[in-house]
Design a binder for this molecule. Structure first.
Ligand SMILES: Cc1cc2nc3c(=O)[nH]c(=O)nc-3n(C[C@H](O)[C@H](O)[C@H](O)COP(=O)(O)OP(=O)(O)OC[C@H]3O[C@@H](n4cnc5c(N)ncnc54)[C@H](O)[C@@H]3O)c2cc1C
Length: 322
């Protein structure tokens, strides 16, 4: 492992969701004086338990992202969480036609689809899958793994790989792509659900989101104890390396001075200084000036329309039985 360069300076991370935790870990490991300020009672954000039940994410995909995060901090992910690879990626069920399971093995998924919806559907699935894999590979480095994807870098990447233009289905919605890809309406419905992963609807989301299928096809893992156990493990590691996590601590304002940030003011009235601030909340909060009017240029308001909730989550605790 490469020894990290030792850095100094006080960093405040506003928000202890998985984004804030994943930002804080490499910083604290490199020697920054890091404090996470989280308004809730525990860190994790959506990846936390509410009344003892995981209320947000259920499964882990793109495992290598977390393996790299831990490796960068000189740790091994599996020393901190117990991962359970899922043999069945997802089970889909229709009232009149029973279940359809999909698997990490593409041939097995194709056979299951063939059995469920016929040979033509199997061929359609394989074509759709290949397209999703090309898109995933094409956009992984220039977009998905970039902290700050740039439109210019993305455009020049697409220009260097013109076949991606056809695969992206420019100007097409996911629903349109699925209507063209699958004859069976159940399969259109099944693959349309990937739009909901970003709080979208298939008839309003771009066809590009079809690549999410490939992220899932590459494997799905459960974390023993729920996904909140992963957030907890990262939080513990941050604290073990000297980082501070303050919960029930709401930031009300980001203070600025001399054209840069100077610290934060908490809802309690306490002021904390910082050399750098990372905001892990909704960027729209910055754009709307909810953390002060000197930081509203940092983010842009991407939509003027009122937003709806993307999910209404009901959590139940139960003991399963056959
Ligand atoms: C029901 C549901 C199911 C999901 N399923 C999956 C899944 O299976 N797999 C998957 O990969 N993803 C899933 N997701 C998506 C995933 O949970 C989120 O993308 C991810 O957790 C977001 O993390 P984040 O750190 O960006 O934001 P958040 O988790 O929202 O964290 C932001 C944090 O900032 C804090 N904060 C904001 N403003 C302030 C302030 N002023 N002062 C102090 N604190 C502040 C908030 O309290 C919060 O803790 C699911 C989401 C939901 C809702």
């Amino acid at each position: 492992m490469k020894k990290p360069r030792h850095c100094s300076g006080r960093v405040i991370v506003i928000g202890g969701g998985i984004g804030g935790l994943a930002t804080a870990l490499p910083l604290v490991h490199r020697g920054f004086d890091v404090t996470i300020l989280e308004q809730q009672a525990v860190p994790g954000g959506k990846m936390r338990q509410v009344n003892g039940v995981d209320a947000g994410p259920t499964v882990l995909t793109m495992l290598d992202v977390f393996q790299d995060l831990f490796a960068d901090a000189g740790e091994s992910l599996t020393d901190h969480v117990h991962l359970v690879p899922q043999e069945i990626l997802a089970r889909h069920w229709w009232q009149d036609s029973g279940p359809l399971d999909l698997f990490p093995d593409q041939e097995r998924s194709a056979d299951a689809i063939g059995e469920f919806a016929g040979t033509a559907a199997k061929t359609e699935f394989l074509t759709f899958s290949k397209r999703a894999a090309r898109l995933f590979d094409g956009f992984s480095e220039p977009m998905m793994r970039q902290a700050e994807p740039s439109l210019t870098a993305l455009t020049s990447h697409v220009m260097r790989h013109p076949a991606l233009i056809r695969d992206m289905g420019l100007g097409q919605t996911l629903k349109r792509l699925l209507t063209r890809s699958f004859t069976d309406p159940r399969l259109r419905q099944l693959f349309g659900r990937y739009a909901t992963y970003v709080g979208g609807s298939p008839d309003r989301s771009p066809a590009l989101l079809s690549l999410i299928w490939e992220a899932e096809a590459r494997g799905v893992w459960c974390v023993k104890g729920g996904m909140s156990a992963l957030a907890k493990a990262i939080a513990l590691l941050i604290e073990a390396k000297g980082g501070v996590i303050r919960t029930q601590t709401k930031v009300e304002k980001i203070n600025t001075a001399l054209g840069g940030v100077s610290g934060v003011r908490l809802a309690s009235g306490e002021a904390l200084y910082a050399d750098q601030i990372v905001f892990n909340g909704d960027p729209r909060a910055l754009a709307l000036g909810l953390l002060g009017d000197t930081t509203n240029q940092v983010a842009t308001i991407t939509t003027k329309r009122a937003r709806s909730h993307s999910a209404n989550v009901w959590s139940f605790s139960a003991t399963p039985s056959d």
